[in-house]
Write a protein that binds this ligand. Structure first.
Ligand SMILES: Nc1ncnc2c1ncn2[C@@H]1O[C@H](COP(=O)(O)OP(=O)(O)O)[C@@H](O)[C@H]1O
Ligand SMILES: [Mg+2]
Length: 267
C-alpha cells in the first residue's frame, strides 16, 4: 500500500457540482509531488480533504495505511501538516511566538523543547526578530513565513504547501526552497501546490488538476515532455523547455535541446 492513497474521491460544496471528481492518487513515502492547475481546478479542496478538513462525498483516503475518518482525523493530523494559501486563516495567537507554538501545543510537546524549536524554525524562515510582535501587523510574506515555521516545527511526516511561497520575496523563497530540499533528502513527503513552474520542476512527480479531475500524474521529466498537457490546462512551460520544444528536430539542434533540458531539470 502507498503512503498516501486517494481512491475515487469525489467532493462537492453544494451537492450540485462536483469540485473533485473520481480522483485517484498514490503517493509513496518521501516523494515530492508538485500540484499544478488553473485557478478553481480543485487543488486547495484536494489539500483540505487530505488533512480531513473536508469530508469526501464519495471515496476514501488512506494515510500510512489508516483510513481517514472522523475518528482517525486527530491521529492522522499528527502525520500531516498544511500551510494554507492565505496565511490570515491560520493566525490565532497574540504574538508570532504563540502562532509558531500553536501546532506544537496540540501535539503536547514539552515547553522547553517547544521554546527551542520556536527559535530554531523562526531562524529558518528569518523571523527570529519578530517573535514578540503581533501577527496582525506583519506583511503577507512575513505571515506566510510564520505559518511555515509553525508547520515545520511540528515535524510531520507529510507537509502540504498550498501556494505557501506565493507572497514571499525572492530571497525568502530561495532560502525556504533550499531548506525544503534538505527535508526532502531526509525523507519528508511533500505536496507542493504552486503556480511557479520552476518550483514544480524540483518535484519527483507532477500532478496536474483540471476541472476537479486528475489530468495527469507522472514523473516530472515525463510531464514536461508533453506540451499538450500544458496548453490544455492553460499552464506555462518553463521558458527553456518552451524553446527546446520549439526547436526543429534536426541534428543541428539536438545538442541545444539537450542543454536546455539539462538546464531546466537541475535540482
Ligand atoms: N468554501 C467554498 N464553498 C463553495 N465553493 C468553493 C469553496 N471553496 C472553493 N470553492 C469552489 O471550488 C472550486 C475549486 O476551488 P479550489 O479548490 O479553491 O481550487 P484551486 O485551489 O485549484 O484554485 C472552485 O470553483 C471554487 O469556486
Ligand atoms: Mg487554491
Amino acid at each position: 500500500m502507498s503512503y498516501i492513497e486517494v481512491k475515487d474521491l469525489t467532493f462537492s460544496y453544494n451537492e450540485k457540482t462536483n469540485v473533485l471528481e473520481a480522483v485517484n492518487i498514490n503517493i509513496e513515502k518521501g516523494e515530492w509531488i508538485a500540484v499544478l492547475g488553473h485557478n478553481g481546478s480543485g487543488k486547495s479542496t484536494l489539500a483540505k480533504t487530505l488533512v480531513g478538513l473536508l469530508e469526501p462525498k464519495e471515496g476514501e483516503i488512506f494515510i500510512d495505511g489508516q483510513i481517514l475518518s472522523e475518528e482517525s482525523a486527530y491521529e492522522i493530523r499528527k502525520k500531516i501538516g498544511i500551510v494554507f494559501q492565505n496565511p490570515d486563516n491560520q493566525f490565532v495567537g497574540v504574538t508570532v511566538r504563540d502562532d509558531i507554538a500553536f501546532g506544537m501545543e496540540n501535539l503536547c510537546i514539552p515547553r522547553e523543547e517547544m521554546l527551542s524549536k520556536i527559535d530554531f524554525y523562526a531562524k529558518k524562515v528569518n523571523m527570529l526578530d519578530f517573535l514578540d510582535k503581533e501577527p496582525a501587523n506583519l506583511s503577507g510574506g512575513q505571515k506566510q513565513r510564520v505559518a511555515i515555521a509553525g508547520i515545520l516545527a511540528m515535524q510531520s511526516d507529510i507537509i502540504i504547501f498550498d501556494e505557501a511561497t506565493s507572497m514571499l520575496d525572492p530571497f525568502s523563497r530561495e532560502e525556504l526552497i533550499k531548506y525544503i530540499k534538505t527535508l526532502h533528502k531526509d525523507g519528508l513527503t511533500i505536496i507542493m501546490i504552486t503556480h511557479d513552474i520552476n518550483e514544480a520542476l524540483l518535484a519527483d512527480k507532477i500532478l496536474v488538476m483540471n476541472k476537479g479531475k486528475v489530468y495527469a500524474f507522472e514523473e516530472t521529466e515525463t510531464i514536461m515532455k508533453k506540451k499538450e498537457i500544458f496548453t490544455d490546462s492553460h499552464l506555462e512551460l518553463p521558458v527553456s523547455l518552451d524553446i527546446a520544444n520549439s526547436l526543429e528536430l534536426s541534428d543541428k539542434h539536438k545538442e541545444i535541446r539537450e542543454k536546455l533540458w539539462e538546464y531546466a531539470l537541475i535540482k
